[in-house]
Write a protein that binds this ligand. Structure first.
Ligand code: 5AD
Ligand code: SF4
Length: 487
């Protein structure tokens, strides 16, 4: 059977992958369903190790919020911790290997301190082979829970204190969207806001639809309420998070992502709105116009292309062609001329020939992305692509990745150079990580800018004249603050 036929079979099996089932749904209040366990973490410390995407980073902020409500305090040292939680990613195999390596190394610590609780959650926890491996090889893990039942963390910790066995609590399917979860955001200026969970797309290489479930949107009023609260707390920038943000609202029937952007754009106090990840499908003209016309929505779109070759795109089940993607880019650029586009690209998808890889290079040259996250294809158990014949050799994958990175780095560098001697609005995030005398901020297009200035500027938008360009960051001089200019 050819790979193409395999994809068609898959699509039939899983129904129409481009339309989620429309359902009536209400959200549930965490405060109403949380099992109250009291402050059982008083005097104790926790450490969460987060792998993978921004969604996971934000889930870790939620779990940190729950743990601190239980009395736990944070630590970054394994030996000091009473609870170590691995919030894991399943997208690529090497991330999984790293997690098991670290968990294995914690065994002596657990032997010395049997009171230590070890937890595994996130996308890996949803995978059955991982659950089996934990049961067989890593029984020193106390709790395994999935992406759909994060809100149960407090009761699971309580159970683990009284149990010698590993507790597995992994819901296969998502329940209701849970609202009012506690959150401990690290940064007081920029915040992530979930708008949608799960993915319906079933790209043939990707494990996410299996680990995060079907698409579920949060109600618009709940998202807007959270953003208002963030504005009241002094946050200046929000990033709306979802696997497919431009599918937002399809399951609710009442409104779409463009409507949500317009609503969030009205929240006073928030100055910048980002979103990730948007996908090439379903990227409507209404959405493009909304991004162009909402002054707080930044001129940056992360638009994963994955490959520049039509056969590979088809076999990836991406649902668009190279021509469609290029036309979409042209439509976006017509409406938002200063837009910055970034992307994700996979090299070495099964059966990818040298010519097909060259199509990806040529698309990169044609679009001229500001930046790209580039990945070597990683076969994932449970996804259709693992069954595709003609896996590309490791050597070819590595060489292709290197060639792609070199091409993209050159383009990114040229973009940075083109910003020299121009002035940009920069949201000041804090001190530079390497030099506390220097401040760090970002342009609307997400370029890092380093400059000297007083610490009072942190959290404000300032004008910076760019004097030096490196590939990944710019250096500049303070011109004035936006506030002063407005007066
Ligand atoms: N192998 C390599 N990269 C992958 N991605 C998703 N699944 C895989 C895989 N099996 C990449 C895609 C996606 C990004 C988040 O991770 O490029 O956009
Ligand atoms: Fe969903 Fe495809 Fe993105 Fe995976 S790569 S999360 S399947 S859209």
């Amino acid at each position: 059977m050819s790979d193409l036929l395999q994809i068609e079979d898959l699509t039939q099996e899983s129904g129409d992958t481009h339309r989620p089932t429309l359902v009536e749904r209400e959200s549930v209040d965490y405060r109403a369903i949380a099992k109250h366990v009291g402050r059982i973490g008083e005097g104790k410390k926790y450490l969460i190790k987060t792998y993978g995407c921004q969604m996971n980073e934000h889930d870790s902020e939620i779990m940190a919020g729950m743990l601190e409500e239980m009395g736990y305090q944070p630590t970054s040292v394994n030996e000091e911790a009473d609870f170590i939680l691995f919030n894991t990613c399943a997208v690529r195999e090497n991330a999984e290997d790293k997690v098991f390596g670290e968990i294995g190394r914690l065994k002596p610590l657990k032997n010395r301190n049997p009171e230590l609780i070890l937890g595994l959650c996130g996308c890996m926890a949803q995978e059955e082979p991982v659950q089996q491996l934990v049961a067989k090889t890593y029984p020193h893990i106390d709790i395994v829970f999935g992406t759909h039942n994060i809100h149960q963390l407090p009761e699971l910790v309580e159970q683990a204190r009284n149990s010698q066995e590993t507790i597995f609590e992994v819901w296969e399917k998502a329940g209701d969207v849970v609202e009012n979860l506690p959150k401990l955001r690290k940064d007081g200026i920029r915040a992530w806001v979930n708008i949608q969970y799960g993915c319906n797309k079933y790209c043939t290489y990707c494990i996410v639809p299996y680990t995060r479930g079907r698409e579920r949107s949060r109600l618009m009023e709940d998202v807007v309420e959270e953003v208002k609260q963030l504005a009241a707390d002094g946050y200046k920038e929000i990033t709306l998070l979802g696997q497919n943000v431009n599918d937002y609202g399809l399951d609710l029937k009442a409104y779409d992502f463009a409507d949500l952007l317009a609503a969030v754009n009205k929240v006073e106090g928030i100055e910048r709105i980002r979103f990730t990840t948007s996908n090439p499908w379903n990227f409507s003209d209404k959405l493009i116009q909304t991004i162009a016309s909402c002054e707080k929505v930044v001129n940056h779109i992360h638009l994963p292309v994955q490959s520049g070759d039509n056969t590979i795109l088809r076999r990836m089940n991406r649902g668009y062609t190279r021509e469609y993607y290029l036309d979409l880019v042209a439509r976006i650029r017509r409406a938002i001329p200063d837009v910055s586009l970034t992307t994700d690209i996979i090299v070495g998808f099964p059966g990818e020939t040298e010519e097909q890889f060259r199509e990806t290079l040529s698309l990169v040259e044609q679009v001229r992305f500001d930046g790209a996250y580039t990945f070597i294809y990683s076969p994932r158990k449970g996804t259709p692509a693992i069954r595709f014949r003609e896996q590309v050799s490791e050597e070819d994958k590595k060489r292709r990745l290197q060639e792609l990175i070199e091409l993209q780095n050159g383009i990114t560098r040229e973009f940075s150079e083109s910003m020299k001697n121009q002035t940009f609005d920069v949201l000041v995030e804090g001190e530079s990580k390497t030099n506390s005398d220097v401040l760090q901020g970002r342009t609307t297009t997400n370029k890092i800018v380093l400059f000297r200035g007083p610490k009072e500027l942190i959290g404000r938008i300032v004008k910076i004249h760019v004097t030096e360009a490196q590939t990944w960051y710019l250096r500049g001089e303070l011109v004035s603050t936006q506030h002063e200019l407005a007066v």
